[in-house]
Write a protein that binds this ligand. Structure first.
Ligand SMILES: [Zn+2]
Length: 276
């Protein structure tokens, strides 16, 4: 069953019964007013229940309107919800009257008020719920970004470049930063709103950038002798032929990353090979 359709139907029912009730105003008891009341109360109950489920709140069919409404208000911006407080109070009044009497009629002005407010309050609450849902998504994205950044930065320590493990492990300033990173990891971000998460991420970024700069600087010196690491090009000539007839056949150009001082080779990549 589509709740939204049921809500529309209940609103329509309430209107029909109110009109019918008005057309035979002198009938006592006027059961149409009561039916109109049931329908519009149900409309609001269903609406609030549906919006609560859309936000995965712990709303229940067996809960009364106040309780489900409380759960919803608690999740939405309380200030934005205040304007509906009076309306919900009125719904409750009508509901109580119907529940505790056999033929008492709800006030027609109350019924009119509840019917007239139905569409507007429905779309108003729906848009608040929509905003909240987007907020929740943003929050999840940010929380994810936060954890990923920490995990990613820890990789600098866990899997350093070959030969650099020792330098990274023993660097005092880096040790401090790693401790800082672990402190970030301990923060319980579960209750933080998107704004706080964003602030926290920018503080984390500061530490992450610091670590990155420090590690990059370690990587720019030779782990063996401390010499500067340079990128340069080298050429290899290939020869062919036998004895006197040997002649150059091709040239290969390499990009080489090595220690300027001791010559330790870190990377050698072929750039081009030219044939003669
Ligand atoms: Zn070296």
């Amino acid at each position: 069953m589509e709740f939204k359709e049921s809500e529309d139907y209940l609103l329509e029912l309430s209107r029909i019964h109110l009109n019918k009730g008005n057309s035979h105003n002198d009938h006592k008891p006027n059961v149409d007013y009561r039916e109109s009341g049931y329908a519009i109360v149900n409309f609001y109950q269903l609406l609030i229940y549906r919006l609560g489920t859309e936000l995965n709140l712990d709303v229940k069919e067996s809960y009364n309107l106040d309780r489900n409404w409380f759960l919803l208000v608690y999740e939405l911006d309380p200030k934005a919800v205040t304007q509906y407080q009076e309306l919900i109070k009125k719904v409750n009044e009508v509901r109580n009257k119907l529940a505790h009497t056999i033929f008492a009629e709800p006030q027609t002005r109350d019924l009119e008020y509840l019917i007239n407010q139905a569409k507007g309050s429905k779309s108003g609450l729906e848009s608040l719920v929509g905003e909240r849902k987007r907020g929740l998504r943003d929050r999840r994205t940010l929380a994810n970004e936060y954890s990923k950044k920490i995990e990613f930065t820890k990789l600098w320590f866990k899997t350093p470049e070959p030969d650099y493990g020792e330098s990274i492990r023993t660097n005092e300033a880096l040790k401090e930063q790693l401790q800082q990173l672990k402190n970030f990891e301990k923060i319980n971000i579960g209750r933080l709103d998107p704004e706080s998460l964003e602030s926290l991420i920018s503080i984390l970024d500061y530490t992450v950038n610091k670590i990155e700069t420090m590690i990059e600087s370690i990587y720019s010196y030779c782990p063996k002798c401390g010499g500067k690491i340079i990128a340069t090009t080298e050429t290899t000539t290939h020869y062919r032929g036998i004895g006197e007839d040997i002649e150059p056949y091709s040239y290969t150009v390499w990009t080489v990353i090595k220690c300027e001082k001791c010559g330790k080779l870190f990377e050698k990549n072929e750039e081009t090979t030219d044939y003669i």
